[in-house]
Design a protein around this ligand. Sequence first.
Ligand SMILES: Cc1cc2nc3c(=O)[nH]c(=O)nc-3n(C[C@H](O)[C@H](O)[C@H](O)COP(=O)(O)OP(=O)(O)OC[C@H]3O[C@@H](n4cnc5c(N)ncnc54)[C@H](O)[C@@H]3O)c2cc1C
Length: 479
Amino acid sequence: MISKPNEHIILLGGGVAGLATGLELARRGRRVTVIEKGPVAGGLAQTFEYETPAGVFRFDIGGHRFHSHKPEIIGWVKDLMGADLLYVPRISRIYLSNDGKAGGKFVDYPLQFPGALSIFSPGQAARILSSYAAATVRNRIDGSGPDVSFEDWVVRRFGRALYEVYFEPYTEKVWGISCQELSADWAAQRISLPSLSEAVKRAISPGAAPPATIISHFWYPRLGFGMIPDRMKSEIERLGGQVILGTGVTSVVPQVEGGFTVTVDDGVGQHQLNADRVISSIPMNFLLASLPADSGSRAVAEDFKLRYRDIILIYLAIKAPQVSSDSWTYFPGRSLLVGRTHEPRNWSPLMTPDGYTSLAAEVFTSQGEPTWEQPDEALVQRAADDLSGIGFMARGSLQQGWVRRVRFAYPVYDIGYADKVKAVHKFLDQWSNLHLVGRTGSFRYMNSDGVIEDALRLADYLTGVRGEYVDVSKTYKVD
Ligand SMILES: Cc1cc2nc3c(=O)[nH]c(=O)nc-3n(C[C@H](O)[C@H](O)[C@H](O)COP(=O)(O)OP(=O)(O)OC[C@H]3O[C@@H](n4cnc5c(N)ncnc54)[C@H](O)[C@@H]3O)c2cc1C
């Protein structure tokens, strides 16, 4: 057992990672304190409420559905949430057109062939199929070469034509960098190869077996995903642990005798807390900045700069019973500001007042880019104009809009990121009682199910249930 039963563990960050790890350790008898900079628990997984004369509109940061391929993880969340979890059908569509402009078509997402071919001209459809067939043959003959970039990975498996119409536009819109700069790791983790290959094969020979199914349903809490971190917080407190909100960690100083002094700022003043062990889920850059300069942390941070992608959420309150029945709708076209929308009322009827629906529109951008700097009203207007311009929402149905800018939304898997992450780990290894957990803190792209599993594996390792720490991100797949 690595962690002694009576030790005090401080968790930096009160998102899903910090809270799930804190909860598991509290359940196993450890004294835990979670420090969260934001005013509420949950980090990227929180739910916001907007009061209006018509009632309350609730929105997640981008719509968080819960799903896992592991019964243990689903069971863990179900035990926590009980009857508050709804089981929701997953219906996704993508708007494909000549650069997102009006006149395009909504088709099932991920693409279902041969139906999806109808959106292309006969010449383009033939080009997609022949380039896929040629790529498959080439890959069979010489499929051993290493894929460096996202583009390499996709073109090798699906051919250049499908890459150009389907993969490239949306991926570049999300990440803001070229697919040649994005690591092949991202494609390998994200693209469900069997289902898409089977789908394309069906287009060539319609008698072929049906495509492997993607998940058809997911779990969602009645009042928004934020109920899950809120419940974790109350459970920690019920077990005697502390979750301190509105308080940022400013420094983490290792002590000669082995523990850490953690300095926090609650906006009124600075306070010092002592910990036997520290578990960080705050952005890696912040952790490095809070360690003493004489440990070499600044040089590591400078040499191994890791990029995070930010996001803007445009929330639209709409006077209509429903915009569409989609769980998610994807808009890859570059001329449209919005990259993806979801309609919260389709996930739980309690997300909007009766007689109203809403859309949460995701705009992929980062601090410092021109879109980030636009005034809120201009962003709301642009999103409403774009979405009504292509006939997605009815013109004039917009009642009100709100905007949220969220930093550190996605770790960017650009080429070379894996070596940088390894180097940061190597540097941090000098402290055996300092650990990383989760998505933001350890720079590993995982949804909340992967983050919860990571928290459980870390708690297992620290409390001696397992002899070694299992890195769940190595086998994690997002679908
Ligand atoms: C647009 C979008 C859509 C998503 N959709 C889904 C989905 O459908 N399903 C799903 O399962 N997952 C989804 N995810 C992923 C999910 O949000 C993450 O996997 C999960 O929330 C990550 O949790 P975390 O605790 O690792 O990181 P975070 O949530 O980033 O938590 C880190 C916390 O550290 C805090 N912090 C930062 N600096 C300090 C400091 N100095 N002191 C104290 N605290 C600090 C932050 O405020 C934050 O609360 C989505 C994410 C995004 C961005």
